[in-house]
Design a protein around this ligand. Structure first.
Ligand SMILES: NC(=O)c1ccc[n+]([C@@H]2O[C@H](COP(=O)([O-])OP(=O)(O)OC[C@H]3O[C@@H](n4cnc5c(N)ncnc54)[C@H](OP(=O)(O)O)[C@@H]3O)[C@@H](O)[C@H]2O)c1
Length: 427
């Protein structure tokens, strides 16, 4: 790879790919000044080559991304297609052929990343992925480079803009989940199939990558407890507000006595915390290092130019021959994390029960909780009617196991008119 000219092959010209092509020409002079290289986009692969594309003169349009992997002129392959199989093949074949890689594909790296990182290590190649977590927020490099003088104690993030937009609309405008989701889809924030976003899987993909960067261990995606915000009830947003909290979809990880506790959950966050104030489609990451203390990064976690900004940052690093370790750790093949069994995790809880408005129900409910050692810190009882009334508790700290057992034992109680709702509260 000569540093006078760096030749790029781009796979994917959708939201992120077209932002990248735009920025490459808009910031051409700055990129040259920072790298000393002429960065030349040679070829772009898409699915449909018959569609009109906005590409600079001389750029070749291909419909087979594998041609990028075998083109000897191409130094860097940038994968912005998404999906698992073709993207994995493209990256593997490009690495085999001595190319450097940039990708924004968190699903691929979280689910199948281990073999690609191993191959990159073998080939002494860069496999860079700043855009894959929190879009324009430079959290990957921050963990990989700037914070390496720290031991990271914990991190938590709002890592999915679609989910955060839905929760923000429900909170600020009193919308139902369905109305807020439909609005997010209309504005282009949510996909036609929003499963990855609202069921928490996208947040979990990103959390797996952050855990690798923060602790140098692999927390298998398939073992992570994941719960999303689908069908979250507006009523819970209102009760949370009465207690002084906002509900956010958080990815969280914490090292406790050498064991890693992690997961994705809708979580009550005290309204005075910065995380509670992250609105709309924004993302944020908060982390705690043993030297730096608490750190908070906030910005656009998706979108054409913010995500392309992260891709370009990776490209500049490659052009500067920053031969940094891809994982951020000397040992590239990461050991499995020592995982705290999810049922042993402890938290304070928000719990809502829809019950018959009968005398003695509060006593029976409190009894069922206390039988499992779950004690109540605050309670709200609303309304008096013939139908179901909500009884809402904030608990003291309790284990997941104790809360699940208490809820399980209550399932057949005749005073309970709907399944219990339980959310963790951020301590
Ligand atoms: N969108 C964001 O804000 C964002 C933020 C962070 C990370 N990411 C990640 O960035 C990646 C790209 O996302 P995006 O939103 O830009 O996707 P997108 O808008 O759907 O664009 C995908 C592009 O890839 C092309 N493509 C897909 N499969 C292909 C195949 N088999 N062969 C050749 N071309 C193929 C498509 O071609 P056609 O144009 O012909 O359909 C399209 O140009 C994903 O991994 C995503 O998770 C996205």
């Amino acid at each position: 790879m000569s540093c006078d000219v760096l030749t790029i092959g781009l796979a994917g010209l959708g939201t992120v790919g077209s932002g990248f092509v735009h920025l490459l020409s808009e910031n051409k002079e700055e990129l040259r000044a920072r790298t000393g290289c002429d960065i030349r986009l040679k070829s772009v692969a898409v699915r449909d080559t018959t569609r009109q594309r906005n590409l600079p003169d001389g750029v070749q349009l291909l419909n087979d991304p594998m041609q990028l992997a075998t083109d000897p002129e191409i130094d860097v392959v940038i994968e912005l297609m998404g999906g698992i199989e073709t993207a994995k093949q493209l990256i593997a074949r490009s690495l085999e052929n001595g190319k450097q890689i940039i990708t924004a594909n968190k699903a691929l790296l979280a689910e199948e990343g281990a073999c690609l990182f191993r191959l990159a290590e073998e080939k002494k190649a860069a496999l860079r992925y700043e855009a894959s977590v929190a879009g324009g927020i430079p959290i990957v490099e921050t963990l990989k480079e700037s914070l390496t003088g720290n031991r990271i104690n914990s991190l938590e993030g709002i890592l999915n803009g679609t989910g955060n937009y839905i929760l923000s609309e429900m909170t600020s405008k009193g919308r139902t989940f369905d109305a807020a989701l439909a609005d997010a889809q209309e504005k282009g924030y949510a996909e036609a199939d929003p499963t990855l976003d609202i069921d928490g899987y996208d947040t979990a993909h990103k959390l797996v990558l952050l855990i690798r960067l923060a602790w140098g261990v692999d927390y298998p995606y398939t073992e992570m407890p994941i719960r999303g915000i689908r069908n979250l009830d507006r009523m819970d947003i209102e009760f949370a507000r009465e207690f002084g909290y906002r509900i956010k979809l958080l990815g969280r990880a914490k090292m406790r006595n050498g064991q890693l506790e992690a997961g994705v959950f809708p979580t009550l966050v005290n309204h005075t915390y910065l995380l509670a104030r992250v609105g709309g489609a924004f993302n944020a990451v908060r982390l705690e290092g043993n030297a730096v203390g608490s750190l908070f990064l906030h910005g656009l976690g998706a979108g054409s130019l913010p995500t392309a900004s992260a891709v370009l940052g990776d490209l500049v690093s490659i052009a500067r021959h920053n031969n940094r370790l891809n994982s951020g750790f000397y040992q590239q093949v990461l050991p499995k994390a020592n995982i705290l069994p999810p049922e042993q995790a402890c938290s304070t809880y928000y719990m809502r029960f829809m019950v018959k408005d009968d005398p003695g129900v509060l006593r029976d409910l409190a009894g069922a909780l206390s039988d499992q050692g779950v004690s109540i810190a605050q309670a709200i009882q609303k309304g008096q009617s013939e139908g179901a009334v909500p009884l809402v508790f904030m608990t003291h700290e309790a284990s997941v196991q104790a809360v699940s057992k208490a809820v399980d034992n209550m399932r057949r109680a005749d005073f309970l008119l709907a399944p219990a709702i339980c959310y963790r509260v951020m301590g």
